[in-house]
Design a protein around this ligand. Structure first.
Ligand SMILES: [Zn+2]
Length: 311
């Protein structure tokens, strides 16, 4: 028969083991950033992404920065293996071929990628990247001008009559209406990233990326926004994809087209402070990292009528 002291010790040991089992290890996330075009500013957006991810208590975020614009990229060779997800805030020079090849291997082998806003403008001439992101915008041409992604890059993705449509016929390449507040509409309420979110929620002062083009393969549209001609005469008039997932090999991709921050913007950055942006980023990152979402929907999530910000 155990003495009461020894019984207490055994109980304490069991409690400790249970606590260790309950506290899952943090997922390792790489935040890869370091260059933007003249229209965006990673120095403003990337630190916010890191803080949003760490606030979940689920992720340990390492920031990896490329050489600055114009500098030699030859030595840029981060080790992707070992990371549950790579969150990319980047619109800049090509990575070395070996680094691209390692990233493709990482993704095909079951890696996780999160693509945020202008990140889908990067690497127009990297075919595997175009497959990973599904569709992308603009992109720098060889002569340095903007607008590489045209009809040769593939169709657009639209939401029509209650389903995703691949549109290879309408003209026009990447554009966006003037920034304004708009509703984001949930299109796949059963996806783990979207489960429990409202059917519609207001998102502030952002660019509705429109006419994005690409291979558009293995894409699931999670949420859309109407690029409304009533708000902007040059708008596409289509329900454009705002949140998407893409399957690439055994890898998972979460692509949010939301999140504009320009070099002249001063805080608060309303598109990034939006609770809808923050929560979908947090949930999307968990999903690419683990295939599941364990986070509860916060009480301050925006509604169909009202934006909600964390400053
Ligand atoms: Zn933008």
């Amino acid at each position: 028969m155990l003495s009461s002291a020894r019984r207490l010790c055994s109980f304490a040991a069991l409690t400790l083991v249970a606590a260790q089992l309950a506290a899952a290890p943090l997922q390792k996330v790489m935040l890869l950033t370091g260059q933007s075009s003249k229209y965006h500013d990673w120095t403003k957006s990337a630190p916010l992404m890191k803080s949003y991810l760490e606030k979940t208590g689920l992720f340990n975020v390492d920031t990896v920065t490329t050489p600055p614009t114009g500098a030699d990229m030859a030595g840029f060779a981060p080790k992707f293996s070992g990371y549950a997800a790579v969150v990319v805030v980047y619109e800049g020079a090509e990575w070395p071929a070996a680094t691209k090849a390692e990233f493709v291997d990482y993704m095909k082998g079951g890696g996780g990628l999160v693509v945020i806003h202008d990140t889908d403008n990067a690497f127009p001439y990297w075919p595997e990247w175009n497959e990973m992101i599904g569709v992308g915008g603009w992109g720098m041409k060889a002569d340095g001008s903007i607008g590489a992604r045209d009809a040769n890059w593939g169709p657009k993705i639209r939401w029509r009559d209650g389903k995703m449509v691949v549109d290879a016929t309408t003209p026009g390449n990447a554009s966006h209406p003037t920034r304004h507040d708009f509703p984001v509409v949930t299109r796949d309420p059963d996806h783990p990233i979207m489960r429990g979110l409202p059917a519609e929620w207001m998102h502030p002062n952002d660019e509705i990326y429109s006419h994005l083009r690409g291979p558009a393969k293995n894409v699931t549209v999670l949420a859309t926004a109407l690029a409304d001609k009533a708000k902007s005469p040059t708008a596409s008039g289509e329900h454009e994809p705002m949140l998407m997932t893409i399957t690439y090999g055994a890898g998972r991709v979460f692509h949010t087209t939301l999140g504009h921050v320009g070099p002249k913007d001063i805080p608060p950055f309303r598109p990034l402070n939006c609770v809808g942006f923050i929560v979908t980023l947090q949930r999307g990152t968990e999903w690419v990292a683990t295939g599941k979402v364990t986070q509860a929907i916060p009480a301050d999530f925006p509604t169909a009528d009202t934006v909600s910000a964390r400053n």
